[in-house]
Design a protein around this ligand. Structure first.
Ligand code: FAD
Length: 349
């Protein structure tokens, strides 16, 4: 069983197996091509370490998917469970960013998986051994079940169930994409090439305040209409808990009054003027829709880092709440159309 940081949330790397831990020795950057905007890495490399490497050598570039576990999550693990992150609405999951992979099949055969136009794919089907067999079997599977894959594959992108066979229906096909979300069940990746995206030059936050959780969640579609790079909910209970906790109260400078929840809304921009325009547009849009009672603007980089830090750390505060009543995580990573979010959470609460 291949294993990276072991941070998967459903016990993917704790089964009974021969565990191959890539983090101690296979964690190097192999090659960076800033001009063509890709990086080739070993699977045990931790995302935050790669980010520091890129900041030093190609500061205008970064990896798109940014799971909150970036301090421990490895690139191999992120491929394995097709990770995404806070900026999912911009970048989607790893399947959109993995360009190629070097992998070992179940009998140890090494294969290079990369985008193949039809003639290159046909050449692979003629190869000897397990590699040729793999391409012939895939051809047979895709031919026999093409209709079902086209008809029944859910249309929304935010899901990770099953193998991503729909990525192999085009003219140019890349089996590396099939490994994304395969949880180590198809092959063991020994090297992967990841496409890089532009690192935003500047960001700004509009922290939108609401009297109730329902009002906040109902406003999400309106806010998405302003093209933010991220929208994260910070609920009133967590805010109250953070206010009471030593070392946290003074950091909540971005919260006004006693909101039932806030939506931390982030925008990317090249200049300060552009970001001011984006925040003006956010306020105008909310005013027209009659949603939210205040928008606190956060534009200083240190203050922005503080907002995200509080948002991330507050989860830990809730988990450590004193007394007999403890929160229990029982639904992980549900994917809900934004227009149904308020009803969905109300029905659960
Ligand atoms: C606090 C926290 C926050 C998180 N936030 C997010 C988030 O915002 N967005 C998100 O999408 N996810 C999130 N996650 C889950 C996230 O997807 C994982 O943390 C991360 O992507 C997995 O990386 P890892 O190195 O820990 O992988 P592991 O857990 O070690 O492995 C993940 C899967 O990949 C397989 N695998 C590992 N290495 C290889 C390899 N070399 N070849 C083939 N398969 C391999 C494993 O067998 C396993 O099935 C979070 C998890 C935590 C604990």
């Amino acid at each position: 069983m291949p294993r990276g940081g072991g941070s998967s949330l459903a016990g993917q790397t704790v089964g009974e197996a021969l565990v191959i831990d890539f983090t101690p020795h296979l964690d190097a950057v192999v090659e960076l091509n800033a001009e063509e905007r890709w990086v080739r890495v070993q699977p045990g490399l931790v995302l935050d370490r790669l980010d520091r490497y890129l900041r030093a050598r190609a500061p205008h570039l970064m990896v798109g998917p940014d799971p909150a576990s970036g301090k421990r999550a490895t690139l191999g693990g992120m491929l394995g469970n097709n990770a995404t992150g806070t900026h999912s609405i911009l970048y989607g999951n790893m399947v959109r960013h993995v360009a190629a992979a070097q992998a070992l099949l179940d009998d140890g055969t090494p294969v290079r998986l990369e985008p193949l136009p039809p003639d290159a794919w046909a050449e692979r089907t003629r190869r000897a051994g397990r590699e040729g067999q793999l391409y012939r079997d895939l051809d047979a599977l895709l031919t026999a079940h093409r209709d079902v894959i086209e008809r029944d594959t859910p249309r929304h992108w935010r899901r990770n169930s099953g193998y991503r066979l729909e990525y192999l229906l085009g003219d140019e096909r890349n089996v590396a994409q099939l490994l994304c979300g395969s949880e180590g069940t198809l092959a063991v990746v020994t090297e992967l090439t990841v496409r890089l995206v532009d690192r935003p030059r500047r960001t700004a936050l509009g922290v939108v305040h609401f009297h109730t959780r329902r009002e906040a969640l109902r406003a999400v579609p309106t806010i998405l209409g302003t093209d933010p790079s991220a929208v994260e909910f910070f609920d009133g209970r967590s805010i109250r808990q953070a206010r009471r906790s030593p070392g946290f109260g003074h950091r909540l400078t971005f919260v006004e009054g006693e909101p039932g929840g806030v939506l931390i809304t982030e925008y990317y921009g090249a200049t300060e003027a552009e970001l001011t325009g984006r925040l003006d547009e956010l306020e105008d849009t909310l005013a027209r829709a009659g949603e939210g009672y205040a928008v606190v603007r956060v534009t200083d980089p240190a203050a922005i880092a503080n907002v995200w830090g509080v948002r991330t750390e507050a989860l830990g505060l809730i988990m450590n709440v004193r007394g007999d009543h403890k929160p229990v995580a029982f639904i992980e990573d549900a994917s809900v159309p934004p227009e149904h979010l308020a009803d969905y959470i109300d029905a659960l609460a």
